[in-house]
Design a protein around this ligand. Structure first.
Ligand code: SAM
Length: 282
């Protein structure tokens, strides 16, 4: 394996199933001089399981800005460091952003070691469009701010991905129903890669009832995915547009009627012209 010295490795760890820890991740963690971890006790257990004896240093959201500089100094002095978080890919709803940014500013090489990430795992199995998606991380805990955030996503047409705590899943599903409507399709992906992995799709109303009725669905770790808002079809001629076209066709030549209708309704002129031809033929 290629191993570079005097750099920062950003290493993904499993999100539940230890079998997802890649051989490269394990080797990097064995070979670096120091591992920055979110929680030394939590990561200590993982590292012990894989016989990784590298020293650890805590780097969590409360001390990241202060610690980043001294950690990077160690690299400048010749050490090689790795960053891991409690689970999955660091920086994805996890600490590490300030460290990586500062490292890059200082010209320190940052090397990712890819692996598990709950949002990507959920997307890969949800059956919702993945060509474009929007990751929203955790919604605000306070009801007002959460609803406001959801309102701002109402017209978003790409797949939406949220991380959610089991304590709030009922409230969030209820709020989503209010904002997006009971019929909007969603997928609840729970305990991915673990024993009780559950991936269920359905309308928001259906998922909401299911979670309310079964306390087990309010346990563990959850990714919630929502189908995007249906896209407005620019070419669709709604009844109002058709009415305008018909009225104008009574007194105007086809081309002019289509042009004016396009200006009034916003529907494309070509589309209206084609429709006008059909109406004339009828
Ligand atoms: N960095 C992690 C990643 O790459 O996915 C995410 C860390 S974030 C603090 C933790 C959240 O990720 C959980 O609350 C849950 O929403 C989601 N998550 C993590 N592991 C999961 C799993 N096994 N199944 C479902 N969701 C999971």
């Amino acid at each position: 394996m290629d191993f570079h010295k005097q750099c920062l490795y950003v290493v993904a760890t499993p999100i539940g199933n230890l079998g997802d820890f890649s051989p490269r991740a394990i080797e990097v963690l064995q070979r670096v001089d120091l591992i920055a971890v979110e929680d030394t006790r939590h990561s200590g257990r993982l590292l012990q399981h894989f016989a990784i004896q590298t020293p650890m240093q805590a780097l969590h959201e409360h001390n990241e800005r202060q610690r980043a500089d001294s950690l990077l100094q160690k690299i400048e002095q010749g050490q090689t460091l790795a960053l891991i978080s409690d689970a999955g890919t660091p920086l994805v709803s996890d600490p590490g952003y300030h460290l990586v940014r500062l490292a890059r500013e200082k010209g320190i090489r940052v090397i990712p070691v890819p692996g598990a990430c709950a949002l990507i795992a959920a997307l890969s199995a949800a059956g919702l469009p993945t060509d474009r998606f929007r990751f929203e991380g955790f919604l605000p805990a306070k009801a007002g701010a959460r609803r406001q955030q959801l309102e701002s996503l109402k017209q978003e047409s790409v797949t939406l991905v949220f991380y959610e705590s089991p304590h709030r899943i009922e409230e969030t599903l209820a709020d989503m129903q209010q904002v997006f409507g009971a019929e909007r399709q969603a997928v609840l992906a729970r305990e991915l890669s673990k024993t009780f992995e559950t991936i269920r799709d359905g309308a928001l109303a259906e998922l909401s009832q299911w979670v309310d009725a079964d306390a087990n669905q309010r346990r563990g770790e959850i990714v919630l995915l929502l189908e995007g808002a249906p896209q407005q079809d620019e070419d669709e001629i709604k009844p109002d547009a058709e009415r305008v076209l018909k009225i104008l066709l009574r007194d105007l030549p086809l081309k002019q009627a289509a042009g004016l209708s396009a200006e009034i309704t916003g529907v494309r002129k070509k589309k209206l012209y084609a429709r006008a031809l059909e109406l004339k033929e009828d």
